[in-house]
Design a protein around this ligand. Structure first.
Ligand code: RIB
Ligand code: CA
Length: 308
């Protein structure tokens, strides 16, 4: 049975792969966009690029241009000003829906029972939807996010980018009492694209394979420029989709996790209760702690090959 889902994203190189896998292995009902890797205009344009290139049967609904509480932003060094540096982007023949992200989330989850919300960017849209209609929490099957870091951060030593951008929205989601699956950096850094993987994609020998290979090569190079010693790019966002469509590829651990809000060095940290004591908070998150990365990468190759 294919899982119905709405993908809220900030494309973003890795968000593009999440969109592709969602269309291949789930029922992708709608795409909603949020500012994150780049501005809302770029996120929305890039989601439309995905919809057009991957022949996605899902409308793109623009959402929040800024977090719930506006703070300092971060320069788009990894994904670029376009949010999708590397490949030549196609001329769009489609446009965004006039229905906003929150309206689309509320209407779609009223139309389709037990839908999953997938968050691969800052969680502003999902938090706003929960605030706009508290009954949303009762009619969705759950929320699966790429976000957070248990042992480490990326944008700061303690915080992962998606949570750091809008920690208040993330705190609303983590405290909503909704089944929550979290793919933190601890697992996404196990799923790396390398130059060799980019060559495998390019060898698929199609225009879309060329586009994806350029995407992966640029992504890995940018990570080497700003983060790692070698050209490897963590495929963060696909984990949020695969954790639902292919749970057998993962090891999960139920944890009590809180989000640090406010400013200061802990902003956006996802704080697990690891006291292993009688004082422990009740678990509120199913955390992905490991992934079979070889199998996951084969699913990416398959999905690229299957694009009509
Ligand atoms: O920290 C990684 C996350 O931030 C990913 O979702 C990436 O696309 C960026 O949004
Ligand atoms: Ca993202």
């Amino acid at each position: 049975m294919t899982i119905p889902m709405i993908l809220d994203c900030d494309p973003g190189h890795d968000d593009m792969v999440a969109l592709l896998l969602a269309s291949r292995h789930a029922e992708l009902l709608a795409i909603t966009t949020v500012a994150g890797n780049a501005g809302l205009e770029q996120s929305t344009r890039n989601a439309l690029v995905a919809a057009q290139l991957f022949n996605l049967n899902a409308a793109v609904h623009p959402g929040a241009a800024r977090p719930l509480i506006a703070r300092s932003a971060f320069p788009p060094v990894l994904h670029g000003e376009s949010g999708l540096d590397g490949p030549v982007l196609p001329t769009l023949t489609i446009g965004p829906s006039p229905i906003t992200a929150v309206e689309a989330i509320l209407a779609t989850t009223r139309r389709v029972e037990r839908c999953w919300l997938i968050g691969t960017g800052p969680l502003t849209n999902i938090a706003l939807a929960l605030r706009a209609d508290p009954t949303l929490a009762d009619r969705i099957a759950g929320i699966s996010i790429m976000g957070g870091g248990i042992a480490f951060g990326n944008i700061t030593p303690s915080a992962e980018f998606n949570i750091w951008v809008d920690p208040d929205a993330a705190s609303i989601v983590f405290r909503a009492g909704i089944p929550l699956v979290m793919s933190p950096l601890d697992v996404t850094h196990q799923l790396m694209v390398t130059p060799a993987f980019g060559q495998r994609v390019r060898a698929l020998d199609s225009s879309i394979a060329e586009f994806m290979a350029d995407l992966f090569d640029t992504y890995a190079t940018r990570y080497q420029d700003f983060f790692f010693e070698e050209a490897v790019g963590p495929l963060h966002d696909p984990c949020a989709v695969l954790a639902l469509t292919h749970p057998e590829l993962f090891e999960f651990r139920d944890m009590a996790v809180k989000v640090a809000t406010g400013d200061g060095p802990a902003r956006g940290a996802t704080l697990p209760d690891q006291r292993h004591s009688k004082l422990d908070d009740p678990a509120n998150v199913r955390v992905a702690v490991s992934i079979d990365s070889d199998a996951a990468l084969e699913l990416v190759i398959d999905a690229i090959s299957a694009i009509p």
